[in-house]
Write a protein that binds this ligand. Structure first.
Ligand code: FAD
Ligand code: SF4
Ligand code: SF4
Length: 1024
């Protein structure tokens, strides 16, 4: 057999690269991204690898794809199709022209409800497809954990498997046909074969290809029967057994051959999938879930083989470590705790989530009963938590789906590494396999956390390794040693080495080990038949590199961030960890020359969770642009490359880096929702601080940043301040001169700020607190104070009505500007002026700490301001005083809810004329889990029904929405959910939003006046 000529890549040929880029730009309608920053964002996936692609195209349509493949072939440049880039094995990294399908090629092309099929483009995301199918009573049942990110093309590329594969099979069992483009430009439909063929082969080329495939399969029939793993979960290699099925679950129900199944799992190495014909399933009318609590991990593993006999649709494992990690996460804690049964003071060591689905609820409850009986028979009576209602089941599945991500939040260089994460063994060996592998980990000084698909013998486990450590005893050497021991066990138990995630760079080397030399040669023949020039995603599945080729690692030898004198304190990330105990060293001891900033950025493991559109906030800008650059992941990757010098000199000061951060609206959605805690809002402040050192701050930014300083003066001439929105042409001028959008009104200045109500303020307030818990310091933020002071007045009235003594926060007597109101520094932080922010924070601390030390709560209205005291104040180097303030600073509604819970709130409220309140939570409230208190306090108003709008960021985000160049994105963010929901509200409904900019966006976009919760409560005061 002739080996194909290796594809000639363009690493060392910038001229050829730029020629290809030019040719692509001439022909394609979509984006052609060849700059180092864009390429860097496509150099990684959720694996340990990083390879700089030749370039990236984001095709606008299918014609673009064909043109890109043609031009790549003419230039002999490899081609790499990509969906969400969530592969764990390095399938989607390579020195190739990357084709990103996810942005535009995401349509449903045809739907046949009778046949229960749908034809889709490859970039459609599974959750989106299922949302489209739901009203039609159908779904696509390959429910991968990354369902909110995974594209159907990527799922087919990897032969992905969902939690319910025991009931529905893997991807390969649910794809009926693939319209593919081969690297030589041939377009062909691959579907039923022979007598079952629905369409004739389009060309002699593919006719010949198929008959040769058939020949290879016939020739290797005995070898296939001899070596092929018989388990359901085998995704390694090519599916050469389509002609002579070996799996316990055949490819097709009637045993017929479907050629599309040979392409499924080919990881972009055989063809580009232009369209996929999918088999749909009826949505089960009902589901019930039994959560079995086990006193030992072994007992859980041993029980799986008995539980599957009850015919569940899923049996999923969550182990002790994962339980504890979920408990530590505020989002997941209530859910996981509601599924646990602590018995005799003994903690649950593992749980199995056992789901039954079907048409009739009553019948499912009976099956749940049988599970309870079975567990009794197995010596575990009373071990099952029965969840019959959908909401609780969904919440628990979310915890299970987030499992891997939760695990990845370990700080320090040791990380859970995916390379034997999905070996599949027959169920009867599961307990022994996991016990012995745990022993292997221990011998190598590490440990692994177990979770996932017990029903099909695929348990996920990632040993913690430090892949930056080379040499004997380093992470790389351990990875190989563990892989070898694990593979020996998989062979002993007749399992599959790759049972879910595919081959990619980390496991293609093991294809030969699994299938032997004969079949490996057969795989190479298949590759060459489809792709004679070797252009499709080379180096995966066949002719691989070594898994431990460290030149392909993300943290390759020589990787080192440059020293950086950071403005914020990142020391919490600057730690080492112990893989065996997961304990971390003291903050600041991790040896990061960037003082922890680089390690914080490196926390992004590229799992792609931020590519989401469902509930939650993250990442609002990506939700509207769908551009990898505007994703938390895109920003973190770019920062990592910049900090480690991989984007050339002074990348932190570059325009491209600035552009990368530009659409981050600082919503802090990622702080809470990114499973590894990447806090991009804080990172943006740090970045801007360094950027500002080299670039003059624009007048517009200065006007915003310094507002707290000039506001006292301007509020004395509000008519002047408001002239811009009154004088014809002034807004146009402000756009030309300052970049403030002429399509926006600016917030209206008031001449009667709240802090002028009572000039004595804090100092005048009857000296020290009286120690009876009835003193409160009211924090007057700049925005409410100067634009909507009545909110603060309302808050004061409500607090006083409830019997609290309200002291208005003011600067201390020894302050350099005692008359100037205090400021949290928010506007300075948003523009990267950290020194100014720190100065404001110091003033605030000096004024408030004496109160805080005496146990007085500091209560504020504007979420972004008040919560700064609980967030950025702690990383400004302000010491214990900042900690003390953070522990007492709370939002108005948080304070009232706390007092209410403690039985101390005496607030007499009466019903309002309105019966319903629509609530929009500010992003920072969501990030700090502070939306529920608003519901609580609104719930105190008799007969008021409160509904939370399921929305991400409102899109205004401080000054962002006023900026001319961001106006459209800002509006689109608002239109994504919030504004339509407000428009749909009845005329008598209340609209409640605590954020100043949220209220402004609602007023501009939906012509409704939203209110701060304090105003609503004030109106409901019984003594009105
Ligand atoms: C936290 C986490 C959890 C995961 N859980 C699961 C799980 O439960 N089950 C599971 O199976 N996997 C899981 N994965 C792996 C991964 O998410 C899935 O394999 C997913 O289906 C990949 O989809 P994608 O769109 O990201 O594909 P990508 O990673 O972009 O691509 C996957 C492969 O398909 C190829 N490809 C993409 N589009 C095309 C096309 N149009 N034509 C030809 N080839 C194409 C690519 O070249 C690549 O080889 C998980 C990953 C992570 C990070
Ligand atoms: S930023 Fe967070 S959510 Fe996004 S890919 Fe990185 S780790 Fe995942
Ligand atoms: S702060 Fe908000 S906008 Fe910025 S990266 Fe995080 S989620 Fe996205």
């Amino acid at each position: 057999m002739n080996a194909p000529a290796p594809a000639r890549a363009l690493r060392a040929a910038p001229l050829e690269r730029s020629r290809l880029a030019q040719r692509l730009r001439r022909v394609l309608r979509g984006d052609v991204l060849f700059d180092a920053y864009s390429r860097g964002r496509y150099a990684t996936d959720a694996s340990i690898y990083q390879v700089d692609p030749v370039g990236v195209v984001v095709p606008a349509d299918e014609a673009d794809v064909v043109a890109a493949i043609d031009l790549a072939r003419e230039s002999r440049v490899p081609i790499l199709p990509r969906g969400g880039g969530t592969s764990q094995c390095g399938q989607t990294v390579g020195e190739a022209l990357v084709i990103d399908n996810s942005r535009h090629l995401n349509k449903v092309v045809a739907f046949d409800p009778e046949a229960m099929t749908v034809e889709v483009q490859p970039g459609i995301v599974l959750d989106h497809l299922n949302a489209w199918l739901r009203p039609r009573g159908l779904w696509y049942p390959v429910d991968v954990s990354t369902s909110a990110q995974a594209t159907l093309g990527g799922m087919a590329g990897n032969n992905s498997c969902g939690s319910r594969s025991i009931a529905y099979g893997n991807m390969v069992h649910n794809v009926l046909g693939i319209e593919a483009v081969l690297s030589d430009g041939t377009t062909e439909y691959f579907g039923p074969f022979g007598a079952d063929a629905t369409r004739p082969m389009a060309s002699a080329r593919t006719g010949d290809l198929v008959s040769r495939l058939f020949g290879i399969a016939a020739r290797e029939r005995d070898e296939i029967a001899r070596v092929w793993p018989k388990v359901l979960r085998r995704v390694g290699g090519y599916n050469l057994d389509v002609f002579h099925p070996q799996s316990e679950r055949p490819y097709t129900a009637d045993g017929s051959v479907n050629l599309a199944h040979l392409l499924v799992g080919s990881e972009g190495t055989l063809a580009y999938f232009r369209r996929l014909l999918l088999k749909l399933s009826p949505l089960p009318a009902a589901r019930v879930l039994g959560v079995v609590n086990f006193p030992s991990f072994h007992a859980a593993m041993d029980s799986a083989q008995h539980i599957v006999k009850l015919g569940p649709s899923a049996v999923e494992l969550v182990d002790r470590t994962m339980i504890e990690l979920s408990r530590a996460n505020p989002v997941f804690r209530p859910t996981i705790e509601s599924a646990l049964i602590e018995r005799d003071g003994r903690a649950t060591e593992a749980i199995l989530l056992v789901e039954f689905s079907g048409e009739r609820h009553a019948e499912l409850l009976a099956r749940l009963g049988r599970l309870v009986e079975l567990m009794g028979d197995l010596g575990l009576p009373g071990s099952v938590v029965e969840l019959a209602d959908d909401g609780r089941q969904r919440a628990l599945w979310e915890v299970r789906k987030a499992g891997l991500n939760i695990m990845m939040s370990l700080k320090g260089d040791g990380k859970p590494v995916s390379f034997i994460e999905d070996c599949a063994v027959p169920l009867e060996h599961l307990a022994e396999y996991t016990a012995r592998l745990t022993g292997v980990f221990a011998r190598h000084g590490t440990k692994g956390t177990w979770y996932a698909h017990a029903s099909v013998g695929t348990l996920h486990v990632r040993p913690i390794l430090d892949m930056r450590q080379g040499g004997p005893g380093g992470g790389t050497a351990k990875m190989r040693a563990i892989a070898e021991e694990a593979s020996a066990m998989v062979r002993e138990f007749k399992g599959a080495y790759s049972g879910e995630h595919g081959d990619g760079l980390v496991r293609s080397e093991w294809v030969a080990w699994q299938f032997g030399p004969r079949l490996t040669r057969a795989f190479e023949e298949i590759k060459d038949l489809f792709d004679p020039l070797g252009l499709m995603n080379p180096g995966k599945i066949v002719r691989p590199s070594r898994m431990d080729d460290s030149s392909l690692f993300r943290f390759r030898p020589g990787y080192a961030p440059a020293p950086l004198d950071t403005a914020l304190d990142w020391s919490a990330w600057d730690v080492h960890n112990d893989p065996a105990t997961e304990r971390t060293t003291a903050p600041g001891t991790g040896g990061d020359p960037a003082r922890g900033f680089a390690k914080a950025v490196e926390m992004c493991n590229n799992n792609g969770h931020c590519r989401k559109f469902d509930a939650g906030t993250m990442c609002p800008s990506y939700r509207v642009t769908r551009d990898e650059r505007d994703l938390t992941r895109g920003r973190a990757n770019t920062l990592r490359l910049a900090l480690s010098g991989q984007l050339g000199e002074n990348a932190l000061g570059s325009q491209a880096m600035y552009d990368t951060m530009a659409l981050c609206v600082g919503c802090k959605g990622c702080k809470r929702e990114c499973p590894t805690g990447v806090d991009m809002a804080r990172m943006k402040t740090e970045f801007l601080f360094h950027y500002r050192k080299q670039h003059a701050t624009r007048l517009r930014e200065r006007l915003v940043a310094f507002m707290p300083r000039y506001a006292p003066w301007l509020s004395r001439v509000p008519w002047l301040a408001n002239l811009r929105d009154r004088l014809p042409g002034a807004s146009w001028l402000s756009e030309r001169l300052l970049g403030l959008s002429a399509r926006r009104r600016l917030p209206r200045w008031r001449g009667d700020p709240f802090t002028r109500d009572d000039p004595r303020g804090l100092r005048g307030a009857a000296g020290a607190p009286q120690g009876d818990g009835r003193d409160v310091v009211l924090w007057a933020d700049t925005f409410d104070n100067y634009f909507e002071p009545d909110n603060l007045r309302a808050a004061r009235r409500v607090l006083e009505a409830a019997g609290y003594r309200v002291h208005v926060a003011r600067a201390g007597a020894d302050d350099a500007q005692p008359a100037r109101p205090l400021c949290c520094g928010r506007t300075f932080l948003a523009t990267g002026m950290v020194d100014e922010a720190r100065a404001e924070a110091r003033r605030t601390l000096a004024a408030l700490v004496p109160w805080v030390q005496r146990g007085v709560a500091v209560v504020g209205l504007e979420p972004s301001c008040l919560l700064t005291m609980r967030d950025e104040f702690l990383v400004l180097g302000l010491g214990d005083a900042a900690e003390a303030l953070a522990s007492r600073a709370m939002l108005f509604e948080e304070f009232l809810a706390r007092e209410h819970a403690a039985g101390r709130l005496k607030l007499a409220l009466r019903a309002l004329p309105q019966a319903r309140a629509l609530l929009h939570g500010h992003c920072h409230q969501k990030a700090f889990d502070a939306v529920a208190p608003i519901r609580t306090v609104l719930g105190l108003i008799p007969s008021l029904k409160v509904e939370t709008i399921e929305s991400s960021c409102c899109g205004m985000a401080g000054a962002f929405g006023y900026e001319a160049e961001h106006h459209d994105v800002s509006v689109r963010m608002g239109e994504a959910a919030l504004l339509p929901a407000v428009r749909a509200a009845g005329p008598d409904d209340l609209v409640v939003a605590d954020g100043t900019s949220c209220r402004h966006q609602i007023a501009d976009g939906a012509q409704r006046q939203a209110e701060h919760v304090a105003r609503v409560l004030e109106r409901a005061l019984a003594q009105g």
